[in-house]
Design a binder for this molecule. Structure first.
Ligand SMILES: Cc1ncc(COP(=O)(O)O)c(C=O)c1O
Length: 423
């Protein structure tokens, strides 16, 4: 377990109020570790901090005007739908609109295949909770999305991991990773994965679909970043490829979201599920929150209907490409071959690995002192963490701030090594 990150003094939830002999929290809750990323976000508001840590979209690129109009349209045109309780599955008109969006990406979906969730994070949690009993085996990529590991971790699962290379998760290692166990769930982020930015190859996606059918195991494809491709040819999603293999659609679940394309504050995401899983998820969502916010759903629906999203996405993609290049070039010129960088054709993250033995958790306090921050890579591993790796976000800050962040990181690196040499 990695060492704790430097902490701010003003967070009361860090102080243990309880006698450890009589912990009133459930066993599941006690096993839930804090999110390093969310904890780090508290530092992001410090004066002059350049955060390369969060997974935040560029706030200045939110389509405020379009969302204002959509909110007003929701209240003026469909006030009952916007303000009343709604169906647990989500507003039918929004599900129709999302189904059409998926159709444009080659995924056949009807409104009835979808459940609207409070962001895709809720989708991951709901799928995990309907599938996993304590101790069940779960396959994740190594490294993998931290908050998915938190959601699955509530079941204290047996973790089975497949490595990630330049062509995404190593699906060919699945059988060896499972070591005779039949997992309940395989979780992958095939497009611009968080944290590595890697894209899974077409061959591996097809192989994963065939594997799911052969072993009758649910694959959860998480796709928040597919629409943020800035170069290269799109690769069909696993949900689209499932149509090629008889029986596969029964085993493929997909989560996605408007968070990275429209705005995360809306908290509108969705699950595309086979009927047996959808039925279970809807029952659980009834118990969890009745339904996702009606006002947010109606706003999202009016926004999608306004037709503004494609033009906005073109702006966002072009700017993210500029930001990615600015950060990658600054890091490459600052660190040379001491930092091996993976530069993706989309998404929001660079993944780096120090080749000079730098421990990124030891580097972080030096970075914070100099006004920048990143996420140490070990946060994204459930086993065999790589202490020399780190995740750097390029979407949230403009190019000149990213260059300055890279410069501060280089200073932090120099300070860490100077201190080590003096010791
Ligand atoms: C891989 C992945 N999945 C899911 C999410 C959750 O997004 P949201 O709940 O905002 O839709 C994120 C957010 O960073 C992510 O990176």
């Amino acid at each position: 377990m990695p060492a704790a990150l430097p902490d701010l003094p003003d967070d009361p939830s860090h102080a243990s109020q309880h006698d450890p002999q009589h912990d009133p929290l459930s066993r599941r809750m006690r096993a839930l570790r804090r999110s390093d990323v969310r904890d780090l976000l508290r530092h992001a508001g410090l004066p002059d901090m350049i955060s390369l840590a969060g997974g935040l979209p560029a706030a200045e690129l939110f389509d405020v005007e379009g969302l204002r109009a959509a909110t007003l349209a929701a209240l003026d045109d469909t006030p009952a739908a916007a303000l009343q309780y709604g169906m647990t599955e989500g507003q039918p008109a929004l599900r129709e609109a999302i189904a059409a969006l998926l159709g444009e990406r080659g995924i056949v979906a009807g409104a009835d295949d979808l459940v609207i969730t409070a962001g895709s994070q809720q989708g991951l949690d709901l799928v995990a909770r309907v599938l996993l009993d304590d101790g069940d085996a779960v396959v994740v990529e190594r490294p993998s999305y931290l908050a998915a590991l938190q959601a699955f971790g509530l079941a204290s699962p047996r973790w089975c991991t497949i490595g990630v290379d330049a062509h995404g998760g190593r699906v060919e290692d699945l059988d060896a990773a499972c070591a005779g166990l039949r997992p309940k769930l395989v979780y992958v982020v095939p497009d611009f994965a968080n944290p590595t930015g890697a894209c899974m190859s077409l061959e591996r996606r097809r192989a994963l679909v065939r594997w799911a059918v052969r072993h009758q195991v649910t694959v959860l494809e998480d796709d928040p970043y597919g629409a943020l491709r800035t170069g290269g040819a799109p690769i069909p999603s696993i949900a689209a490829l499932a149509a090629e293999v008889p029986g596969a659609s029964n085993w493929i679940a997909q989560a996605s979201t408007l968070s990275k394309t429209v705005a995360p504050g809306l908290r509108v995401g969705w699950l595309r599920l086979p009927p047996w899983l959808r039925d279970a998820v809807v029952r659980l969502k009834q118990a969890a929150d009745l339904h996702t916010s009606s006002l947010a759903q109606e706003t999202a629906r009016h926004y999608l209907a306004s037709g503004r999203l494609p033009a906005r996405l073109a702006i966002v993609r072009a700017e993210y490409a500029r930001r990615r290049d600015a950060l990658a070039e600054a890091l490459q010129s600052g660190f040379g071959d001491r930092l091996a960088l993976q530069v993706p054709e989309g998404g929001m993250f660079l993944w780096g690995r120090f080749t000079d033995g730098t421990d990124t958790r030891a580097l972080l306090p030096h970075a914070l002192e100099r006004g920048t921050m990143f996420v140490p890579g070990d946060a994204f591993f459930v086993d065999a963490a790589d202490a020399a790796s780190l995740r750097l976000n390029f979407s949230a800050a403009p190019p000149d701030r990213l260059r300055e962040g890279a410069r501060r990181l280089r200073d932090a690196h120099a300070a860490l090594h100077a201190r080590a040499a003096a010791a």
